[in-house]
Design a protein around this ligand. Structure first.
Ligand code: IPE
Ligand code: IPE
Ligand code: MG
Length: 259
């Protein structure tokens, strides 16, 4: 797929030797990204925040291509949190419009390249038209076998855990689940990410060193990688750098050093 798909390497001027280097070692199966810093990127250039969001959407398009070409199995990107409603209505409206546009402009290409698009978060609380569009995108790409792209929209890690617990409580009440069967696996199975491996690598651009309510359950043993680069400047090359760094980490999962 690397050569076949749209020449991202050219578009993002990726150093091909970096690609070769990254391919020497196991790829993270699941990468999670907090797409942050759009506003600061725009402000630095004397532009409105919306310009930063638009530039951020372009970055997502490239990073999806690159992740797919690299053979990453799952990419989960944080686009709008349950706390982002606190922003001015004008900005929220712009972001909702941008999600709509993103689907319009990219769904066909993603579909042709076997990307399976999924939305995680309380998408049912968005406008009915946007929600329907999102569900249609999921349905269209449901049988694709390439990269799984989770787009986190109106997503909150705590809200996700609460909803998993509610499902479990309901099942216990109905007698279909016993208290002894409430295991870590049972909870995982009731998260939005059910059936997917946990993230191996979490990336947060923009210089902020926090997870802002993202994938609280799933990030238990993820490797964290932070960069001061803002999301609109996040090229495929930066992604490769993050993966290279990840490949140098010693993941012990509580056990002993294995080098
Ligand atoms: C991330 O960029 C996009 C969303 C949260 C929707 P920000 O809008 O948070 O940009 P900064 O953090 O203000 O620079
Ligand atoms: C996290 O970024 C959410 C997204 C990138 C979608 P925020 O910009 O909302 O996070 P805080 O407020 O800096 O923690
Ligand atoms: Mg931010």
């Amino acid at each position: 797929m690397w050569r076949k798909w749209l020449g991202t390497a050219k578009q993002d001027s990726v150093n091909l030797s970096l690609v070769e280097q990254v391919k020497q070692k196991p790829m993270p199966q699941h990468i999670a990204i907090i797409m942050d810093g759009n506003g600061r990127w725009a402000k630095k250039r004397g532009m409105m925040r919306s310009f930063g969001h638009r530039a951020g959407a372009d970055r997502l398009r490239s990073i999806v291509r690159t992740a797919a070409e690299l053979g990453v199995s799952v990419l989960t990107t944080y686009a709008f949190s349950t706390e982002n409603w606190k922003r001015p209505a004008q900005e929220v409206d712009f972001l909702m419009k941008l999600f709509w546009e993103y689907l319009d402009n990219n769904i066909e290409e993603m579909h042709q390249n076997q990307v399976k698009v999924r939305f995680i978060g309380k998408t049912e609380e968005l406008s009915p038209a946007l929600y329907e569009k999102m569900m249609a995108a999921e349905k269209k790409t449901a049988n694709n076998t390439g990269l799984v792209l989770n787009l986190a929209v109106n997503y909150g890690g705590r809200a996700e855990i609460v909803s998993a617990v509610q499902k479990i409580a309901q099942e216990v009440k109905e007698g279909t689940l016993s208290v002894e069967d409430i295991t870590e696996e049972a909870l995982s199975d009731r998260m939005y990410t059910a059936g997917l491996p946990d993230p191996d690598l979490l990336i947060r651009p923009s210089g902020d060193l926090r997870i802002s309510n993202f994938l609280l359950w799933q990030l238990a043993y993820a490797e964290f990688w932070f960069t001061g680069i803002n999301w609109p400047d996040f090229t495929s090359e930066v992604l490769l750098e993050a993966i290279l760094e990840y490949q140098k980490r010693d993941r012990r999962f509580g056990g002993l050093k294995n080098k």
